[in-house]
Design a protein around this ligand. Structure first.
Ligand code: FE
Length: 214
């Protein structure tokens, strides 16, 4: 049987033991957590701009969703045009996710807490016709291409350039942007040619054509 004096001795021992166990904590190594990035290949200015690009991609996705919702309205019912913009919204969302994954691969620790805010890129909810929306889409894509170009400049031109990020952005992203711009410009011009003298019929036929495209 322990006497109360024995507890007085054992309690501080137990307390010290518990504190000892807890103080081992997450990083037993005094060097702290290991970092994926290295100073030779990582530039904070480049990464900051890439984070802002995530914002651009999701803001473009939101704007395309509003375009899609507009043309899917029962009193407009250009379902093919709605489908086109819905696909664009999916693409932009995928771009945002891909950029986030890239930043995480590079060891960006602030990605999820960088205070990004998202709102529709053009803050626009209605369009007079499909051509107006397509022209807005083309303007938006050119804006995004411009911001990627600026991003490549920043990633390449600092004293400690991040060639991997610059190459990835210029090779994969700009290529896709430029192809997208070509497709939208072609659609605008085809629709414009159709619309001469029979605008509503042209919009309906154009939309049906898009509806059945893979
Ligand atoms: Fe994009």
């Amino acid at each position: 049987m322990f006497r109360w004096e024995t507890w007085l001795i054992l309690l501080p021992l137990c307390f010290n033991h518990c504190r000892g166990t807890c103080s081992v904590g997450a990083y037993a190594d005094s060097r702290g957590p290991a970092k994926a990035y290295d100073d030779h290949n990582y530039h904070h200015g480049c990464v900051d701009l890439m984070r802002r690009q995530v914002q651009n991609e999701f803001s473009a996705a939101m704007q395309y969703l509003l375009m899609s919702a507009h043309f899917a309205r029962d009193d407009i019912s250009l379902d093919g045009v709605a489908k086109l913009f819905s696909e664009h919204a999916d693409e932009e969302r995928e771009h945002g996710k891909k950029l986030l994954e890239y930043l995480q691969m590079r060891g960006d620790a602030e990605t999820s807490a960088s205070g990004l805010s998202f709102s529709p890129m053009l803050d626009k909810r209605t369009w007079a016709d499909a051509e107006e929306a397509l022209r807005d889409a083309l303007d938006m894509e050119k804006k995004v291409s411009g911001s990627i170009k600026k991003l490549v400049d920043v990633c390449e031109n600092f004293n400690a350039p991040d060639y991997h990020a610059a190459d990835w952005l210029a090779g994969q992203w700009l290529e896709e942007q430029l192809k997208g711009q070509r497709k939208l410009a072609g659609l605008i011009n085809s629709l414009n040619t159709f619309r001469r003298d029979h605008e509503e019929l042209a919009d309906w036929m154009f939309s049906n054509q898009l509806l059945h495209e893979e």
